[in-house]
Structures are given as structure tokens and as C-alpha cells.
Design a protein around this ligand. Structure first.
Ligand SMILES: Cc1ncc(COP(=O)(O)O)c(C=O)c1O
Length: 424
């Protein structure tokens, strides 16, 4: 394909997995290299002073892009080829207009929230959230006058509406941060229902921005922009990176909604570096294979745990039944159940610790979405900063283990779980 941004052959649109190897990269600009090289550069040479002036005018929004004009490269805090090509590729999975990448998932979340929230504003958020987001929202942002109003995941939006409206009490809602499925419980939030509710809280031409952390299902199994969210956020450390060898984040949405976030990224310097961008492009080539293999394995693991006498409950989207209150939401907004499983074992924290300490193939580590299976204890690890009473209210119990199922042979994972459960 001569045009690096060609997305179809004749009338046939190409799927994202077919485009991940080449989309957005023109070998003619890099000595015919098949793969995009690492542009390990802080700065770029302008062909002329006039070209430099034009690039800055565009980068600082001093004028619009002219017909046929391309924004030029300036300095790697503003733009870099590895990040630009990566960002083009990331848009394809969620069918987003634009993407911006960050040095971590937390950098993506913090930069996005600070771009839209001001002192006196309310930030609505789901509970539970990943522990780092929870800490940022309940401990850091209030010091800047941004007030959190939390709501419980797993409850229909119409049931929650009166309580949220009462707690907002007529103040300006600037944004919402929703995490669904919630980390670690897999509880769901109805994206369309909650987006409609939050958008309805705007005043005049002010429209609250609904940000959705899609890390748990990744770009394959849930597409929040189709269900009313404005910004999709990823910890790209997880499924997008997929090899547990980097930390990164991403935001996707319309060019207009991302613009204030992009500007703040430039001035806070929270962008990813070229090496990380290059690693993520390598990872995107196998994203679908990895996520599909992990999800197939997760089904075996969930069924195994569900039948095991030492396991008291299993929280996995693939086990939801039609009688479950969130089944309809699951069918509507999720493409697949993913590969994250939370479960509770007998004998509370002591039982969970004996199980974790006995694992051999599955590694005892936080994080998720890598090729290897990992297990951790949310109550004392990823969510340790959430007070015990709040943990219980959110369904994070001492007996809970969170497992990210990897791509090993499923029977080896089951054998390891079997022997580790003997220790419970
Ligand atoms: C759901 C979710 N969001 C955000 C983050 C933060 O991402 P990072 O560690 O890349 O900053 C994590 C990390 O575990 C996460 O699980």
C-alpha cells in the first residue's frame, strides 16, 4: 500500500489487526525500513526558519491547518514519529478520531482530569476504582478544590440518579471518571445510562466530560465511545503493552475533546518517550492474538474456580447469568468477558495468603494484561490505601484474590491453581 493511511482494499475495510503492522508508517521516509525505527531524538531540524515558524503556529494553535499542510516535527515533548504513528494505530481499535499517549496510565488519568476540572468543580466517579485513581481523586484533587462524588458500580444508573443529583447539590459537574468493569470486582457500570445522566448535569453550553477507564477489557472487548463516553483512557502498561516490560497510558476521543488534554500534556511533560512508543507498536501487532488467547484460558480458569470447594465466589463476566442484574448491561456494552477474574477463598485473608504463597507457575505480582498469569491480594496490595470499611462497601473483601489470566497452556494454569488451593 503506497498510502500509509490506506484503510481499505477496494470496497473492503481492513480490520485493525490487519493494519497494526504498517498503518501510518511510510518506509520511504526511513531508508525503506520495514518497521518504524526508534526516533530517539529530543529535537528535530527545521528546513528553514519559515518552516519552524509554521510548525509552532500549528502546535500552539495560533492558526488552523492549511489545505494539504502537515504539522511538522518540533521537539519530542510536543510530538515524535514513534508516538504519532502509535497514536494513529491506537485510534483504529476504538474507532476514535484521535489518540494521545502518556508515560503511564496515571499520567493519562491525572492529565485528563486536570485539563477539565477547576477549583469548586465536582468530579463524579465510580467505586471501586484502581487504587491509584482512587488516591488521586479522594486525596490529591480535593487539595486543589476538586470535590469527588462517588457512586457504587453494579447498580443501575436510574437507581443511582437521585442520590448523585442530591450530592452534587447544584454545583458544576466538570467531569466523570468511570471504571467498568471495576478493578478488582468486575462490577459493571452502564456506560450509556451513566453518560446520559452525567451529560444531563451540564449547565448552559457547559457539558461534563465522561472519561472511561477501559483498561480491564482493553481495546478488544469494550468500545466505550460507541456507548456515550467522551474520552477512553487506558493504562497501556496492561493489555496494550502486554509483556510486563513498560509503563504507559493513552487517551482516545474526538480531536476537540482531547485538545485541552494534549495541551496540558505538553506543558506538564507527561508524554511517553520514543522507546516506549516503539515497544507499544511492537505489542499492538499481537494485541488481538494475546487478548483472545488469554480470554479463552480465563473461561477454563473461571469454570474451574467456580466448581472448586475451597472457592466461595467467583466474579467473572463470562459467568454472569441472565438473572443477574447487570447481564443486560454486559450484553449491550461488552464484546467479550476478558481475562480478569476475582474470587474469594475460604478462611479470609489467611486463606488467600496461603493460596498466593503456594502458587508456582502463576506469579504473585500486581498488574494485569501481560502474557503471564498473575495473582494478587487487592485488599492489602493494589487497593491498600482504601480504608477497610470502604473496601467492604465496594466488595473488596479480605478473602478476595485478583487473577489476570495469561497465555500459558490452560491445563498448566489449572494444575497450579489446583495445588495452590490445597494450601487454603
Ligand atoms: C484500571 C487501571 N487504571 C489505571 C491504572 C494505572 O496505570 P499505570 O500503572 O500504567 O499508571 C491501573 C494500574 O494498575 C489500572 O489497573
Amino acid at each position: 500500500m503506497r498510502n500509509p493511511k490506506q484503510r481499505s482494499i477496494g470496497s473492503r475495510s481492513l480490520r485493525p489487526e490487519s493494519l497494526m503492522m504498517s498503518y501510518g508508517f511510510d518506509p520511504r521516509l526511513s531508508e525503506g525500513a520495514l518497521k518504524c525505527p526508534i526516533f530517539q531524538n529530543s529535537t528535530f531540524v527545521f528546513e528553514s526558519a519559515e518552516a519552524g515558524k509554521a510548525f509552532f503556529e500549528l502546535a500552539y494553535g495560533l492558526r488552523e491547518l492549511g489545505p494539504g499542510e502537515e504539522p511538522g516535527l518540533i521537539y519530542s515533548r510536543l510530538n515524535n514519529p514513534d508516538l504519532e504513528i502509535l497514536e494513529d494505530r491506537l485510534t483504529l481499535w476504538d474507532d476514535a478520531e484521535a489518540a494521545i499517549t502518556f508515560e503511564s496510565g496515571m499520567a493519562a488519568i491525572a492529565t485528563s482530569l486536570l485539563a477539565y476540572c477547576r477549583p469548586g468543580d465536582v468530579l463524579v466517579h465510580s467505586e471501586p476504582l484502581y487504587g491509584g485513581s482512587e488516591y488521586l481523586i479522594t486525596n490529591v484533587l480535593p487539595e486543589f478544590g476538586i470535590e469527588p462524588v462517588g457512586f457504587q458500580a453494579g447498580i443501575p444508573a436510574r437507581t443511582l440518579a437521585p442520590e448523585i443529583t442530591k450530592r452534587v447539590a447544584g454545583r458544576k459537574v466538570a467531569a466523570a471518571l468511570i471504571e467498568t468493569p471495576a478493578n478488582p470486582t468486575n462490577a459493571l457500570v452502564d456506560i450509556q445510562g451513566m453518560s446520559d445522566l452525567i451529560h444531563g448535569m451540564g449547565t448552559g453550553d457547559q457539558r461534563p466530560v465522561v472519561m472511561l477507564d477501559n483498561t480491564f477489557l482493553g481495546p478488544l472487548w469494550q468500545h466505550p465511545l460507541e456507548h456515550g463516553a467522551d474520552v477512553v483512557i487506558y493504562s497501556a502498561t496492561k493489555f496494550i503493552g502486554g509483556h510486563s516490560d513498560l509503563i504507559a497510558g493513552a487517551c482516545l476521543g474526538s480531536t476537540k475533546i482531547l485538545q485541552p488534554i494534549r495541551v496540558l500534556r505538553t506543558f506538564m511533560g507527561t508524554m511517553a518517550g520514543p522507546w516506549t512508543g516503539w515497544l507499544l507498536m511492537r505489542s499492538l501487532e499481537t494485541l488481538k492474538m494475546r487478548m483472545t488467547a488469554a480470554m479463552k484460558n480465563a473461561r477454563y480458569v473461571a469454570d474451574f474456580l467456580d466448581d472448586h470447594p475451597k472457592v466461595t465466589s467467583v466474579y467473572y463476566l463470562g459467568l454472569l447469568r441472565e438473572s443477574d442484574s447487570m447481564f443486560e448491561v454486559y450484553r449491550r456494552q461488552c464484546v467479550g468477558p476478558g481475562s480478569l477474574i476475582a474470587f474469594e477463598v475460604k478462611d479470609g485473608e489467611a486463606g488467600a495468603f496461603r493460596f498466593l504463597n503456594a502458587l508456582q507457575l502463576v506469579k504473585l505480582a500486581v498488574s494485569l494484561g501481560g502474557t503471564e498469569s498473575l495473582a494478587e491480594h487487592p485488599g492489602t496490595m493494589t487497593h491498600a490505601d482504601v480504608p477497610p470499611d470502604d473496601q467492604m462497601r465496594m466488595g473488596v473483601t479480605p478473602a478476595m484474590v485478583r487473577m489476570s489470566v495469561g497465555v500459558e497452556h490452560y491445563s498448566d494454569i489449572l494444575a497450579d491453581l489446583e495445588q495452590a488451593l490445597e494450601a487454603v
